[in-house]
Write a protein that binds this ligand. Structure first.
Ligand code: ATP
Ligand code: MG
Length: 400
């Protein structure tokens, strides 16, 4: 697969990308000074305060605001879970790499000066179903998605979307719908008119608009002005817009932002129904709890680096352990060695030993410890909260 195309601009019109159309050659690009969203002159909302940027030169990068702190939903864990068995490796691609996959990346990397936003990311997302892309604020989710959509050029590595290299976005964008951060709509138009305008611009035909409004639960608000919409309604209209082209792959960046629990529930049902129809939905979130139940599979990032990819069930399987506390704390080291000799990863902290083994191994551990002269004053199975597990993988100290 060829490397990144040196002629690919650093940024493109976000609306064109979403519509799956090529930006008109020679059209000026504008950056919204507040949101940083880049728009070509054909898609420039009248009310948007913008400043022109040169084309085809790279769009200058705005100063980056520090991301919000990771919400307090992520709590201190006691005791510490045992180390992960390791990231599931991505097998090397067959010739034509990842042709059958919705998304396939190899060593995908993006550096901004000294900062590495995404670090050698190798993931494989098979087609069909809902896949969660999880990591705390600043983990590199949006940067990855921007690279996949051809909005940002990778520093290193390669990727394919629906079998096509990301160096040639025009070959796959008409089959990909995307919602990246806040969607851009005309505030003074209704939701329905906004969708119709986008459908016309994208050459998709407006006949699906009413159906899409109904699918995202906006049928009775479709004739209200966009500016009157709540954040959740705006997100849902964004998803409807990303579905205008009836894409095979839907990439949604934090679509549950601003949704209340009922809205998240509705979104889960909706995305799952799309997944069952054979579409692939790649959905990012910094909160596992919000998307855990809508996903079949997970990709987890920590500080730009992959720490887990696999099914939710596989992640859950790594979240059970046995806690054993020897009567004499000095014997904890011997107990760890005994567990390791039996083939189970084990760690100790302050005299408490955490063993990565199924509940059923408790009885055997008890008799092994007795034979070794180690008296246990506590022995119990333990299930780690999945959010805790993710935090353990992504690092409690993880900050942008
Ligand atoms: N244009 C940029 N210039 C400089 N640094 C950037 C730029 N874009 C992203 N970064 C940095 O790259 C890192 C990853 O950012 P990114 O937005 O991809 O994270 P994220 O996982 O989407 O976070 P969040 O959950 O807050 O949306 C952060 O440290 C961020 O500050
Ligand atoms: Mg983000």
């Amino acid at each position: 697969m060829p490397g990144p195309d040196a002629t690919q601009p650093e940024a493109s019109c976000g609306t064109c990308i979403r519509l799956g159309v090529a930006t008109r050659p020679g059209a000026a690009l504008y950056r919204n000074g507040t949101t940083g969203v880049v728009t070509c002159q054909d898609h420039l909302p009248k009310a948007t305060p913008s400043r022109p940027v040169a084309r085809p030169a790279r769009v200058p990068v705005q100063p980056w605001a520090p991301p919000a702190q990771t919400p307090s939903v992520i709590r201190e864990a006691l005791p510490s879970p045992p180390p992960l068995p390791g990231v599931q490796s991505v097998p090397p691609p067959a010739s034509g790499g990842g042709r059958g996959d919705a998304i396939h990346t190899e060593g995908l990397t993006k550096r901004y000066g000294e900062r590495t936003a995404v670090n050698g990311l190798s993931i494989r997302v098979a087609r069909g179903g809902v896949v969660g892309f999880v990591g705390p604020n600043g983990a590199g989710k949006t940067t990855t998605i921007r690279m996949l959509m051809g909005l940002v050029r990778p520093t290193a590595g390669q990727a394919t979307i629906l079998g096509e290299s990301i160096t040639r976005p025009s070959r796959y964008l008409d089959r990909v719908g995307a919602l990246i951060e806040a969607p851009a709509f005309y505030p003074a138009l209704t939701g329905r008119r906004n969708l119709r305008a986008l459908a016309t611009l994208g050459g998709h035909g407006a006949e699906r608009v009413d159906d899409l409004l109904a699918q995202v639960g906006l049928a009775d608000r479709g004739d209200h002005l966009y500016k009157s919409y709540s954040l959740g309604m705006k997100q849902r209209l964004g998803i409807a817009a990303s579905l205008l082209s009836d894409p095979d792959l839907l990439i949604l960046d934090e679509p549950t932002n601003g949704l209340d629990p009922a809205g998240i529930h509705e979104m889960r049902d909706f995305l799952q129904s799309l997944g069952k129809k054979g579409k692939t939905i790649f959905v990012s979130s910094h909160l596992l709890s919000e998307i855990q139940r809508m996903c079949d599979r997970l990709v987890v990032l920590r500080l730009g680096t992959l720490v887990f990819q696999g099914t939710v069930a596989e992640l859950e399987a790594t979240s059970t352990a046995i806690i054993a506390v020897p009567q004499q704390p000095a014997q904890a080291g011997r107990l760890v060695a005994l567990c390791k000799a039996a083939g189970h990863a084990a760690t100790q902290r302050d005299g408490t030993v955490t063993i990565q083994a199924p509940d059923a191994w408790c009885a055997e551990l008890n008799s092994k410890a007795m034979r070794a002269g180690i008296v246990l004053r506590e022995l119990r199975p333990h299930t780690f909260d999945l959010e805790e597990r993710i935090l353990d993988m992504t690092g409690r100290e993880a900050k942008a």
